[in-house]
Design a protein around this ligand. Structure first.
Ligand SMILES: CC(C)(COP(=O)(O)OP(=O)(O)OC[C@H]1O[C@@H](n2cnc3c(N)ncnc32)[C@H](O)[C@@H]1OP(=O)(O)O)[C@@H](O)C(=O)NCCC(=O)NCCS
Length: 348
């Protein structure tokens, strides 16, 4: 293969994903994603089986277009166009990865042009993307995004908590537990494991729905989500179907209203690292150590259920001082940055 071989863009349709003939192409997609993941300063790999289960799991809350670029039959890049269907109707989220061996040969530019053509055809007016970058230096995507008219609109530090392989709880957590108990008052912490208890579904969805408007997002044109019991049930079913453990904790006030939550997701096929999905304490309930309380509860569950999981990753905006303070006390240290870019377009 040489760079003079023509670039071909394919679309992977949902019905194609289950066809045996498509598997080599799908494996090529996975290899591109794994080659990029290998550049991270932490284990960001995903087993083939988990990747396939993930791409095949249907979802009704988002419409996903999957584009694949090949040269001489080899997959060299992948690009997604993700359209939220239940909220944020102005948004097109673009995901783009080029195999490290094939960068600076125009693959990203070709894929992005096709992604933008698709996004424009839907009438979506805010096109967003995100990429990891080293803590101090720029990433290739900084120059790429600038070249294509995308502005950096938000940034956060990705942090990693490294845990002992013997499954023990960090010594510092004992004092944190005592502090949480001293501030609890009438609040109670309730764990959930794979499914949210029926009595908490409404309150849990209300928190998820407010999430984006309660966290610092810079200029990112991302607004409240629309979560209800059906969407949560679909999320839980998808977690089950794709062998993802999903668990966490909520905080309840004296009236049993859900006022805080945190969640973790972990691939059962690769249970060595996990990501914190979201954490939120409603503004009117802040100042009672509830952020620390729910995180301590979920992280303790993690240690007990998955002692071999030695890395927990999370990301928070630099300006999110309270969340950063909680994470620092739990033992998280910055490892990378996450950069959000955006282009606003006038509908044609
Ligand atoms: C960002 C990324 C998609 C670019 O893909 P690519 O195929 O290398 O991009 P192209 O070859 O089309 O580059 C187009 C232009 O972007 C700029 N650019 C891309 N990579 C660059 C780098 N490492 N340094 C400086 N400029 C760069 C240049 O202006 C380049 O044009 P030139 O090669 O004629 O100078 C690729 O580096 C990648 O996959 N990174 C990891 C995933 C990621 O960050 N995705 C999010 C993208 S918003």
């Amino acid at each position: 293969m040489s760079v003079s071989d023509p670039l071909v863009i394919h679309e992977l349709l949902p019905e194609d994903l289950v066809r045996a003939e498509i598997e080599p192409l799908l494996r090529g997609v996975w290899e591109v994603v794994q080659a990029d993941a290998a550049l991270r300063p932490y284990d960001d790999s995903e087993p083939w089986e988990s990747f396939v289960a993930g791409v095949r799991a249907p979802r009704t809350d988002k419409h996903l277009t999957r584009l694949v670029a090949t040269r001489a039959g080899i997959v060299v890049g992948v690009g997604d166009v993700c359209l939220p269907l239940l909220d944020n109707p102005h948004l097109a989220e673009l995901g783009l990865v080029v195999h490290p061996d094939h960068r600076r040969t125009g693959v990203g530019t070709r894929l992005l042009a096709e992604q933008e053509r698709r996004a424009a055809a839907t009438g979506r007016t805010s096109w967003t993307g995100g990429f990891p970058a080293p803590l101090e230096d720029p990433a290739p995507a900084h120059a790429f995004a600038a070249r294509h008219g995308y502005d950096v609109v938000s940034g956060e530090r990705l942090k990693c908590l490294t845990l002992d392989p013997d499954g023990s709880l960090p010594a510092a957590w004992t004092a944190l537990g005592a502090e949480v108990a001293a501030h609890a008052g009438a609040y109670r912490i309730e764990p959930f494991d794979q499914h949210v208890a029926p009595a908490r579904v409404e309150g849990f969805c209300a928190l998820l729905s407010r999430f984006h408007d309660e966290i610092p997002l810079g200029e990112l044109d991302l607004h409240d989500m629309a979560w209800d019991a059906a969407r949560l049930a679909e999320h839980e079913a998808r977690m089950d179907a794709t062998q993802q453990a999903w668990f966490g904790a909520v905080a309840l006030d004296a009236d049993d209203t859900v006022v805080a939550f945190t969640e973790l997701a972990l691939d059962r096929a690769h249970p060595v690292r996990t990501w914190v999905g979201g954490t939120l304490v409603l503004p009117e309930h802040r100042g009672h150590r509830l952020g620390l309380a729910v995180k301590l509860a979920s992280h303790t569950m993690l240690r007990r259920a998955y002692p071999g999981c030695t890395a927990v990753l999370t990301g928070n905006a630099d300006v999110n001082a309270p969340m950063n303070a909680v994470n620092e006390r739990l033992g998280y240290v910055p490892v990378e940055r996450w950069v959000d870019v955006q282009k606003r377009v006038v509908p044609t």
